[in-house]
Design a protein around this ligand. Sequence first.
Ligand code: 3HM
Length: 381
Amino acid sequence: MTDSVARTAEIAGAGFAGLTAATALAQRGWRVRVHERGEQLRAEGAGIVLWGNSLRVLDDLGVTPDLRANAMVPPHYETRMNNRIVSQEALEGIRWSTQTRPHLFQVLLTAAREAGVEVIAGSTVTGATPDGTVTFGDGSRATADLVIGADGVGSAVRDSLGIPFARERARDGITRFLVPRRKDELAALEPDTDWDNVIDFWNDDEIGLRVLYTPCNDDELYIALMAAAADPRGSRVPIDLDLWTSTFPQLAPVLKDAAAIAGKYYGYQTSRLDHWTRGRVAVIGDAAHAMCPALAQGAGCAMTNAFTLAEAVTAASVDGLPEALEEWERVERPLTDRTQTRSQWYADTRSMREGGQFVDDSVEMALYDPTDPRRHEEQYA
Ligand code: 3HM
């Protein structure tokens, strides 16, 4: 970027996508404001698995040491059916890490502020126009060279632009909790289990419940309880402790903690937009590509696309920015589309329960390096 006056960006949404885009832009000389409609700046949700693609983005932002300070790399991704081990994948050659969402959020928020981003809580973006005008809930407006809608699955920015999209709901959904590890109690129940592994507990009885057990650090455990939306007992919140402990007795101590939390059941869904950009406005993250969580790539794709967008617009001229956004979508979107399709296929078929799934197409995004300037040369063509 050679302009003497800093270019400006207005971003709707202080989630992982918005904060990643904001930090990458500010680090490249942009003047950036992020608007969060919530009164508090905090992460929703419990734990999160990150893969090589998003970890490389975090490397580039300079936050990897902060992230690692409270994250872990479990020895295996273990899959069980009716408590029998189906596979134990060491994920060799695949970079990954597990952490809590509040930790990732704090790391990104700190990086954004250090880069000079202004993050404004309680500021609701109600829409945007292709010329770079943003409107706010209080009736005020702002204009910028670039507007980003990182405002989630119900994106006001996307809807105000009238971008058509299709939404598909899947059969299953999930309730997520952050609870204490209770290592000693779990070890007492199953001494031979390596409770540092991620363990994907499936069950093939008629109702088909599943618990994904993901340790995030020494003290905190992320558990995700999956059930069909049509299953009133499995999808109930607070959780039906009798149902879940009778199906997964080895997890009783941590299920008890989960039962004390109100919880929210999220139905899996996929949304596909006709376009991710219009003029000077782009949408990223769940606003652009909500996906089933099977590959744990919702936030990962969001951070990947946020980063590549920041690089693409920085390399463009101010006048050429709308075309640069279209070109960014053209080159970056196909991999996200494939990741959505793959994740939805796993959700529809529940075939993760067969284990051994982190191969071939399923790790394409995990192995992608959005920071590699040569990434679109032959191997990804
Ligand atoms: C990390 C992770 N992996 C898979 C799922 C799933 O299939 O629902 C959810 C997750 O949070």
